[in-house]
Design a protein around this ligand. Structure first.
Ligand code: ATP
Ligand code: MG
Length: 543
């Protein structure tokens, strides 16, 4: 008999979550030393009734009703800022609703904290993995529920490691449980989060945009894990901006728009176009190329990379980008695309090779020197490299140009700074209460737009965009494609890194494909199609 059922039942019959159980209930003691890789046969129905939430006077969720049922994947879709993450955070005890109720099984639960929600079996895999980077995988899995040994005051590392291996296996992750979280890729960290939910005996598991940093293959692995959990009766919630994924994995889909629930329907009752319309409130134009064919005649070479090498990530990489051209970099995760961008931008050293900007060699590169020379880089992992989380949007946006503003005197003119920030955020359509909002309070997609605004302000000649649409909703993706096209029209030389082949096909004039650190092919004009790119990036022609 799986232990989980007994424990959850026991807990549920004891009254409100906040008053329940000693925190150590799940740790130590004889009961918990039984084998833990078991399968709960039934999951739990979990319902939000009339949930309402405001931040600083702005209502971000309004009377939302939603039911997550066992054995189902229920997706929540909507534009950036629609309230999806807020809704799941309320379900998982991270935020408190201003009003409304949560009902788990037959019982109302209130005053949840993340910890008490976990004790009830509810877990949220967050939008950006939140593992403790310097701790091992095992330590991350068991934080808060360390197993005690026979003596009761010692920690039973041996059994935890064994269990960790078994759970990692269950989520299809082949890593050493001893390895530190920081050594794992984002995809692997995501799966560790999933294993963590299982270790914590949770049966209601939410995934907030788990696939946005993943390649199609990695996302496929995660979907297999989700399907297995669904078959075992788990209750699953899922957020994604990739509608093909939503349509492929969901049993039920809820659409949120501006904090309100627009619809909930069975998967069999919805199709792509109607879903997009419900989300965005308008029809989107087809996915065609966003700009006319590029004519290189008379266009100056802006960025020239020759034989750039940084072992073991990539070697012998050469390419150039002209004024007004959009060059795509295609490749699987691990093919070296981000490492190339980071090396060009002076974030990592090169073993050999040169980088020239407008014919001038950029030596001893550093990000500052690159920005001054007119080269900017919008990093893929905005949480780690780009954003100052506890600082206002305004300062985040103007961060790159403050030294230039200050040049005219010792002080930055506040009005000038605000004007600049306003122009830049208007251009990318950041949705926020005001420029004084802390950037961490923005939805994921709006943070991405704010970062784009920052780089626009630096008035670059060459820009490297690394997964610029990661976490951005369908409507905003189109806006970003048009923005890149518009910037190129204005003469900007763009390097566009993306895992979505279709977006490379509609934005790029030319694409070079990477495979395991080497350039394996180049396509231009009408040759740039999903299918051609797809066979290049898996190294098809080298087999
Ligand atoms: N902690 C917070 N403080 C203030 N405002 C917040 C906070 N968290 C979210 N918001 C606001 O609530 C709204 C909804 O945000 P939420 O993160 O739920 O959107 P989302 O649908 O998940 O969007 P995305 O697709 O961009 O991730 C946004 O306008 C956001 O700025
Ligand atoms: Mg979100």
């Amino acid at each position: 008999m799986p232990l989980l059922l007994v424990r959850n039942k026991g807990l549920r019959s004891q009254g409100p979550a906040a008053t329940r159980g000693h925190p150590d209930r799940a740790s130590g003691g004889d009961v918990d030393r039984r084998p833990r890789v078991g399968t709960p046969r039934v999951g739990t129905r979990y319902e939000g009734r009339s949930l309402t939430k405001s931040f600083d006077g702005a209502t971000v969720l309004s009377q939302v009703d939603i039911t997550f049922a066992p054995g189902e994947v229920h997706s929540v879709v909507g534009e950036n800022g629609a309230g999806k993450s807020t809704l799941l955070k309320i379900m998982a005890g991270i935020y408190q609703p201003d009003s409304g109720q949560l009902v788990l099984g037959e019982e109302r639960v209130g005053g949840l904290s993340p910890r008490s929600a976990q004790q009830l079996g509810v877990y949220l895999v967050p939008q950006e993995p939140a593992l403790m980077q310097s701790l091992s995988v095992t330590e991350n899995l068991f934080v808060g529920i360390l197993r005690r040994g026979r003596l009761h005051f010692n920690v039973d590392w041996r059994s935890m490691k064994q269990e960790a291996s078994a759970y990692l296996d269950r989520v299809g992750l082949d890593v050493d449980p001893e390895v530190r979280a920081e050594e794992l890729s984002i995809a692997q960290q995501q799966l560790v989060e999933c294993a963590r939910a299982l270790v914590h005996r949770c049966t209601v598991i939410y995934f907030d945009e788990p696939t946005s940093p993943l390649t199609a293959k990695e996302a496929g692995t995660l979907f297999e894990v989700m399907k297995n959990l669904r078959a075992d009766g788990y209750t699953l919630g899922f957020i994604s901006h990739r509608l093909d994924e939503v349509l492929a994995i969901s049993d039920r889909v809820t659409v949120l728009r501006d904090g309100k629930r627009v619809s909930t329907a069975l998967r069999s009752e919805v199709e792509g176009p109607s879903l997009v319309k419900a989300m965005v409130g308008r029809e989107l134009t087809g996915r065609e190329r966003v700009r006319p064919p590029f004519d290189a005649t008379g266009r100056k070479e802006m960025l020239a990379v020759e034989d750039l090498t940084s072992e073991p990530s990539f070697a012998g990489v050469s390419f150039s980008v002209r004024e007004g051209e959009v060059l795509g970099l295609a490749g699987l995760v691990g093919s070296g695309r981000t490492e190339i961008a980071e090396t060009i931008f002076g974030l990592r050293p090169s073993d050999r090779g040169t980088v020239r900007l407008e014919g001038r060699r950029l030596e001893h590169r550093s990000p500052r020197a690159c920005i001054d020379a007119g080269l900017v880089y919008l990093p893929e992992d905005r949480a780690r490299h780009g954003i100052f989380a506890d600082v206002e949007v305004e300062r985040n946006v103007t961060a790159g140009v403050i030294p230039h503003l200050a040049r005219y005197g010792p002080l930055v003119k506040p009005v000038a700074e605000r004007d600049l920030a306003k122009q830049a955020t208007d251009r990318t359509g950041v949705r926020m209460a005001s420029l004084d909002t802390l950037i961490k309070a923005l939805s994921g997609g709006n943070q991405q737009r704010a970062m784009l605004s920052r780089w626009l302000l630096a008035a670059p000649k060459v820009a490297i965009f690394d997964e610029p649409t990661r976490g951005v909703d369908v409507g905003a993706k189109d806006d970003i494609y048009h923005l890149v096209a518009q910037l190129a029209e204005g003469g900007l030389a763009c390097v566009f890194i993306s895992s979505e082949l279709s977006e490379l096909a509609i934005t790029c004039d030319r694409v070079i494909a990477m495979y395991e650190g080497h350039v394996v092919g180049e396509l231009s004009g009408a040759e740039v199609t999903d299918a051609n790119l797809g066979s290049l990036i898996v190294g098809a022609h080298t087999i």
